[in-house]
Design a protein around this ligand. Sequence first.
Ligand code: UDP
Length: 429
Amino acid sequence: MYFRIDHPPVAFEDYVPFISEQMANELTGIAEDLRGMKVVHLNSTATGGGVAEILQSMVPLMDSLGIETERIVIKPQDDFFRVTKLIHNMLQGAPGSLSDDDWDTYHGAIQDVARDFEQDHLWNDVWFVHDPQLLPLAKLMTREPDSTWVWIGHIDLTSPNQRVMDNLLPLFFHYDRLVFSLDDYVPREVRDALPVVIAPPGIDPLNEKNVALEESEAWDIVAAMGIDPSRPLITQVSRFDAWKDPWGVIDAYRLARQDIPGLQLALLGLIQASDDPEAEAMVASVSDYAGDDPDVHLYAHADLPCSVSKAVNAFQTASRVVIQKSTREGFGLTVTEAMWKAKAMIGGNVGGIRLQIQDGINGYLVDSAQECGARIVQLLRDEDLNTRMGREARASVSRNYLLPRLTLDYLKAARSSQTEKGQSVHCKP
Ligand code: UDP
């Protein structure tokens, strides 16, 4: 019912050039405080989506700091993921409710996970439990007296379906710390009742996806995937998911193309999350919507000339404008990845994207496909504006949204639970 994932080791020293001296000292100091402790990160998918992306880098980084850290992914029956996708959608605001059977499936699967952990005598000093899929775990496990349990929510909780939220609320009270990406996401019922940490995600500057790539190499890769290097390209990198509004991106592209002849659009969704049963239907729907336009390139199951990470890097690097037209977004790693490459970003005016993009300074926030189309045209026509915004975008990522800062926030949450039980801390960047 669960498996461990090993990640290649990294060296903390390699991150030092990307962070301030103060942050490097804080990280090594907190690692010293936590030395000898055993830490686990738990989530529900090995690949696909932002949490898997963060953990594949954070687990080796914590290890490199001298904190014994492992990664465990649960492996429940498929029906669990049908239910947890409903929960995910409803927590992001979708209407509806779950049946009693659905709730039984959810709690029953995590009960099985808890039983397996206990049978295997799995113990840890610090348990980082990611996202709603695993939320019941702290209640269902027999906790070691000194262990610290931290739940980390990565989704957009701006306006959750209250019925589902009410059902989940008691589960929060079994954790020592709750981490949210934005202050806006903290449910009012827990705001003053539980210790809350605000920690927006960050990207790994050493990942193949984020290291500097020559534009010429980027164009070679996208050309090998069918893009014409002589014409402009815009891209959205995202799992095929309704909240990412791929249809709206196509609408925006169609509008922009009226002013930018020859414009090409890439929708890159090469990794579907194994905990998302809706993905294939979504690919079919978007593909239908794109019709037979040869300049809309939809990549879901493509043969690649390189790794997926390098392909993402290449598309973000080769595009003059990158889009993330989400209608809900806890925090878009894709937004930060493109901004790190000094791209002027156009993002949906929702959730974490509002924190990531300062409208008119390091990108644009949009509320409709029409607005998105107009901004695409503006940024493709005005090279100076595009370059200026891209420069601001890179600087804001460097200041706020790199992995070491996020790692420090999580470690502080764990340490504060042990030393300041009951107090609320805020780790804003
Ligand atoms: N991603 C990828 N290949 C793809 C599509 C997405 O590697 O074809 C990655 C993307 O680069 C980012 C992550 O998946 O690192 C998505 O995280 P984000 O926070 O943007 O959205 P989520 O999928 O968690 O909703």
